[in-house]
Ligand binder design. Sequence first.
Ligand code: DGL
Length: 280
Amino acid sequence: MPEKWFVYMQNQPIGIFDSGLGGLTAMSEIQRLLPDEDFVYFGDTARIPYGTRSRPVIEKYSMQDCKFLLSKGVKAILIACGTVSSNALDLLEGSFSLPIIGVIEGAAGRAAEIAEAGNGIVCVLGTEATIKSNSFVNAVNKINPHLKVISKSCPMFVPLVENGYTNKDNIAANAIADEYLSEIALQKPSAVILGCTHYPLLADVIGNYLPDSALIDSGREAALILKEKLSASGLLTGSGRGNTEYYTSDDITLFASLAKRFLGSDISMNTYKTDIENFS
Ligand code: DGL
């Protein structure tokens, strides 16, 4: 018979956060994998982007994001943000005593596997702060130092996604993708890590320029790892509720209407506002 507190923990929600809406790509994966779980999602839309900021600012923001989620009683946290995973994972893991999963480990593993079976080249796409940290490059080379890892920061991809410019034929999206990806395409990387959780929404556009590459969704890989870890530690619920609450640090209506593009459903009834600056 498990201890009462353990049963209590099993029934607590899983926390997920991102600088904005991009983390919803990881959110929908984890909801699909764990339909019985409850979730609390936080998107810091008042302070997006994180990817153009310095490490101390990313650390400060992500500490506040985790403290907010802890105030909701979460049993584990999925950092659905490549920028935070690259710049603050160690700090967050050292600061809080609950399982915290970032998006690097799973994507690096999948990319290494694909590149080993292919031409040995991995490409990482991410925000400026992610690429500067070398997090994905180091993670792939830790698995296999013989793989060639190239990387490219794509700062304009996030505003394209946040504004809904994601269609395969969108002129602006294609012009920007051409600028970022045409040189990379010449190397035909076997695996391309979408190291920012906004980028899966641009997969069709990115795929236009990199038709020979497998695109790896870092949020999806992280969701798989989270499921494994919670299952191994016995922390999955048996209660079968599947509720999700969404929190934003900015306008609720705007958040819910943009979220519809990511999730395909209306979440306005379950979206709330929080003042993230209160969590310090
Ligand atoms: N979704 C964030 C990431 O995965 C990027 C957005 C931002 O720059 O804040 O890196």
